[in-house]
Design a protein around this ligand. Structure first.
Ligand SMILES: *[C@@H]1O[C@H](CO)[C@@H](O)[C@H](O)[C@H]1NC(C)=O
Ligand SMILES: *[C@@H]1O[C@H](CO)[C@@H](O)[C@H](O)[C@H]1NC(C)=O
Length: 253
């Protein structure tokens, strides 16, 4: 595969190694303002996530978007009160759950934002033991190369580990944003009326492909997802050229 994946593989290893000596850097998070990473996690590395990290997460999202979408959607459908009302489906897609304040500033900040894909990527994917690994290590029969595959570790992670920033988790988050969050109305509408006895794995897979357009590549989705400024080729997108709004756009660091 192309070089970014090799670089990425190295990055994962580095991240794994660094996991052993994490430190809380919550104050930095507040200082940095509203950046998503700072309320998706409690534990961040000393180093601020960089534009390259963001770019890697986007590349990952591109590769695992359909798997992430299908996994999350299947799980959410299993939680819907009914399939007869699109409101019931919209509710689970929205994932807007009340949380009790813990009194811990960092924790409460995270919980306050824990809705939609900020919630789904963690509850349905990370905490269930799923992780992104090189395909050749975990699913060589599917893809025998260094590209990323969503893989379920039989061992579930600890809370601490789930709340720790890693680039692949951001990839999962963006994969969810770009599929489920950006197409939630259409998904709720399409999925209303799903027969109760339907195979939800199959239903989720099809809805992700057909309605959430999970297989569309980044260039095709760019205007909507706000992923990267046009004029590509340059490594760093020019500041101020990025669309300011849109759920998938880069929050300023
Ligand atoms: C994957 O590739 C490696 C090295 O090329 C090879 O040894 C291995 O048998 C392959 N595995 C599968 C399942 O194709
Ligand atoms: C449900 O659909 C999935 C995906 O197509 C398939 O692998 C699985 O065997 C199906 N399960 C049942 C019980 O039919």
């Amino acid at each position: 595969m192309s070089w970014p994946w090799r670089a990425l593989a190295g990055l994962w290893l580095l991240a794994a190694a660094k996991n052993h000596k994490l430190e809380l850097t919550e104050n930095k998070g507040y200082a940095a303002g509203q950046s998503g990473e700072y309320f998706r996690y409690k534990h961040l590395f000393h180093k601020k996530p960089t534009e390259e990290d963001f770019e890697h997460a986007q590349q990952l999202a591109d590769e695992v978007r359909c798997d992430v979408c299908a996994r999350i959607l299947e799980s959410l459908l299993g939680r819907a009160r009914s399939f007869s009302e699109d409101d019931d489906i919209a509710d689970v897609l929205e994932g807007n759950v009340e949380y009790e304040k813990t009194g811990d500033q960092v924790e409460d900040q995270m919980l306050k934002h824990k809705k939609g894909c900020n919630k789904h990527f963690k509850d349905e994917v990370v905490l269930e033991g799923y992780m992104v690994r090189m395909c050749k290590e975990v699913a060589p029969e599917v893809k025998n190369d260094t590209s990323p595959c969503l893989w379920r570790n039989p061992e579930k992670p600890s809370r601490q580990s789930a709340d720790t920033y890693e680039v692949w988790k951001e990839g999962v988050f963006y994969a969810c944003e770009q599929s489920i969050a950006h197409h939630s109305d259409a998904l709720a509408e399409t999925l209303a009326g799903t027969p109760a006895e339907a195979n939800l794995t199959q239903v989720a897979l099809e809805a992700c492909r057909n309605t959430a357009r999970c297989a569309a590549r980044r260039k095709e989705r760019a205007p909507e997802a706000g992923v990267k400024a046009p004029g590509a080729g340059s490594k760093k997108p020019a500041k101020g050229k990025k669309p300011a709004k849109g759920k998938g756009s880069r929050p300023e660091l």
